[in-house]
Design a protein around this ligand. Structure first.
Ligand code: IVH
Length: 696
């Protein structure tokens, strides 16, 4: 069945695109599972007040569902959680029909999605120059307040967007909700006149968010702890719970607060910015806000608020950006449950949900076996992550984590992400249990779990040092030449379970590296870049990097020249190898042996699949083909490396030592013992000038 591209998201830092692809049939199954899980967790949260997963994880599931539904809109059903504005009004309260629907907002999580929103709406109003108004997205509980003749007569919850619950008495206990409207600031006379008329005769409606300050929430929970009562999950839930109680005493005792963001009544406000000014003038608090001339300014506001977020007295989960001009805003209309002219640009979550695609056991330098979950790439805390640690066998058992599971992944501070929970509701029955291997995945040696320890270990000492040396060799200048990947960093990466062999290097992401000790964001970025750049490699360097015994730089070049492709080399025979000059019996046997190992074929397959571009050799000029040069001593006009490169470009070989097959010994200043040997074997000795004339 044909697959569709679900989304091509760009990582804000790296601009690294990744895609999610799913067939319609697979999407249908996943959608059904997601709806089930979302509804279950929604019930736990809203009805039982016993959330099993965090808001961020719940949002993450909903976002996945939303994305799938965007690709396959015919799979959207009216009962999908994405179509829901909020809960039904409870019977215990009187019902209130809203004068205007209380809508919700579309969420975006990444810069690219935010930009896409702007492009989408700009296309709908091509002749309008758009400016924006940005404010905080309070993590609270939406309410509508109706003032008749300036007096608060009705306060209601959002309900199903059309009909909410009358919670006036509870709202009246909140000090930041004025019971009587007054004009507190000087206003233009036409607007002041209109407001005065409505304060005398008509109605004014204000909407906003009820919230519980972080401090108040902490105090309440402290009290409850002392009294041995179960703790509340979060401020939003506690605030909402207090408002939806019949007894106003409860709300009164909770010190709730109110921030306004919408003025429903038309007082002549032409922009969202003026709307906010009027709300303030009428005696309400509003959140931090800013007029933005363009989208970049809104992005800047988002960045600033993201930094300030922890210091704010209330919880926010992003910013709301709206088209400032109210006429254009109205023209853009509503799609589904949300106005097109506003968007919630959320902050990167500290928890997301994703799928475990593979569990790989890494062997650390001490031999410790660490199971690592390879994840469907996902943004967490603003960066792309591909791996999370599962720590050890006990942890896997405790979490009951299986291959193919949807899991919640968390980054607490700057550490490698952890898998914290399995969303079992999303299981299909095809998930596979995982057991620690009985033998070491690197060397095949014995694995033991010492008594009273939680870790399994490979007890073969050779394994770890070989593993490390191989990766260092792979990344060295003569191989992949990955700058910044020295022995120490290789050690760190192995210890953290991030790599076990060279192929693992190519799936490292910024998010894997930043948490490492001593790794500033810049260093991590540089390393990711260096790894990316190293993917363009010559066949000779690739062969060298494999670390086949006795195959050094020179032999690698000879092999690359002879075979022209890795495939041909891998399929070669001893007989064929013996035809190559420079390849003696020992070297040939070593090559044959290396390619006889299935693990090595897997390694090559993984390397090739990670997007390597193996450069073709430049066509060899025949001039020096078949001649071999040995260099000794220092040359005046060239470095040794330059001389070697030149000879090779012309088709010649540059072995390290003199043999009877050597054609020329190039004699530089202060020659070494090679000179004596050349004379003994009768090899032609040439000085620099003669050498230069040959290579001209
Ligand atoms: S404007 C058209 N502004 O977020 C809907 N909403 O996820 C009007 N919220 O239903 C929403 N802070 O309960 C707006 N500054 C803000 C907000 C805000 C929090 C809530 C509101 C809304 C929900 C959407």
């Amino acid at each position: 069945m044909k697959s569709k591209l679900i989304s091509a998201l760009l990582e804000p830092n790296l601009l690294k695109p990744y895609t999610i692809i799913m067939t319609k049939q697979a999407a249908k199954k996943r959608i059904a599972k997601l709806r089930q899980a979302i509804n279950h967790h929604s019930y736990q949260y809203h009805v039982l007040d016993k959330p099993e997963i965090s808001d961020a994880a719940w949002d993450s599931l909903k976002h996945e569902l939303y994305q799938l539904e965007q690709v396959y809109p015919d799979l959207i059903t009216p009962d999908s959680p994405t179509q829901r504005v909020s809960g039904q009004a409870l019977d215990k309260f009187n019902k209130v029909r809203h004068r205007k629907r209380m809508l919700s907002l579309e969420d975006v999580f990444y810069l690219e999605e935010f930009k896409a929103w702007q492009e989408r709406i700009q296309k709908l109003v091509p002749s309008e120059k758009l400016d924006y108004f940005a404010e905080l997205k309070i993590d609270g509980f939406a309410i509508a307040l109706v003032y008749k003749k300036g007096i608060l007569v009705q306060g209601s919850t959002r309900g199903d967007s059309k009909v909410g619950e009358d919670v006036t008495l509870n709202l009246k206990t909140i000090n930041s909700i004025p019971l009587k409207l007054e004009i507190h600031q000087k206003l233009p006379s036409d607007i002041a006149g209109k407001i005065n008329a409505l304060l005398n005769q008509g109605e004014i409606e204000i909407r906003g968010e009820i919230y519980m300050a972080q401090k108040v929430f902490a105090e309440i929970n402290q009290q409850r702890k002392k009294q041995g009562l179960p703790l509340y999950a979060n401020p939003r839930n506690t605030a909402a719970g207090s408002i939806r109680q019949l007894d106003p005493q409860v709300a009164a005792s909770r010190q709730l607060d109110f921030l306004a963001y919408d003025l429903v009544t038309d007082l002549g406000q032409k922009t969202h910015q003026i709307k906010h000014q009027l709300i303030k003038a009428l005696g309400f608090q509003v959140s931090l806000d800013q007029h933005c001339k363009n989208l970049d300014q809104a992005v800047k506001f988002w960045e600033e608020i993201k930094k300030k977020r922890e210091k704010l007295p209330y919880q926010i989960d992003g910013i709301v950006v709206s088209v400032n001009n109210n006429r254009v805003f109205d023209k853009l209309g509503v799609v589904g449950k949300a106005p097109r002219g506003s968007v919630a640009f959320k902050f990167p979550a500290k928890e997301v949900t994703t799928i475990i695609e593979k569990i790989v056991v890494q062997v650390g330098r001490t031999g410790a076996l660490t199971p690592v979950a390879y994840l469907k790439p996902v943004h967490l805390g603003g960066i792309l992550i591909t791996r999370a640690t599962l720590h050890n066998a006990d942890e896997i058992k405790r979490l009951d984590v299986r291959l193919g599971d949807t899991v919640i992944v968390q980054r607490a501070g700057d550490v490698i992400p952890d898998v914290v929970k399995v969303i079992k509701k999303l299981r299909t029955g095809r998930e596979k249990k995982f057991n620690m291997p009985k033998t070491c995945p690197v060397c095949g040696g014995p694995v033991k779990r010492p008594q009273a320890e939680v870790v399994h270990r490979c007890v073969s000492k050779a394994c770890r040092s070989i593993q490390k040396q191989q990766i260092v060799h792979f990344a060295s200048r003569k191989g992949f030449g990955i700058e910044g990947l020295g022995p120490q960093i290789v050690n760190q990466l192995i210890d953290q379970g991030l790599i076990a062999n060279a192929a693992d290097l190519f799936s490292l992401s910024l998010g894997d590296l930043i948490p490492l000790e001593g790794f500033a964001e810049k260093a991590a970025q540089n390393l990711v870049k260096a790894i990316e750049q190293s993917k363009k490699i010559s066949l000779a360097k690739f062969i060298f990097a494999l670390g086949i015994r006795h195959v050094g730089e020179e032999t690698s070049i000879a092999l690359a020249r002879y075979f022209g492709s890795l495939d041909k080399l891998a399929k070669t025979s001893l007989k064929e190898l013996s035809r190559i000059e420079d390849v003696g019996e020992i070297v040939a046997k070593s090559i044959e042996q290396w390619f006889n190992n299935r693990k090595h074929h897997e390694l090559i397959k993984r390397l090739i699949n990670s997007g390597l571009e193996i450069k073709k050799l430049k066509p060899v000029k025949k001039k020096l083909l078949g001649s071999s040069f040995v260099l000794t001593g220092e040359l005046d006009s060239l470095t040794r490396e330059q001389a070697k490169t030149k000879i090779r470009q012309l088709g010649g070989d540059v072995p390290n030592s003199v043999s009877k097959n050597t054609d020329y010994l190039v004699l530089g200043q202060e020659p070494g013992s090679k000179y004596q040997k050349a004379r003994k074997l009768g090899v032609k000795v040439i000085k620099e000038r003669e050498f230069l004339s040959i290579i001209q």
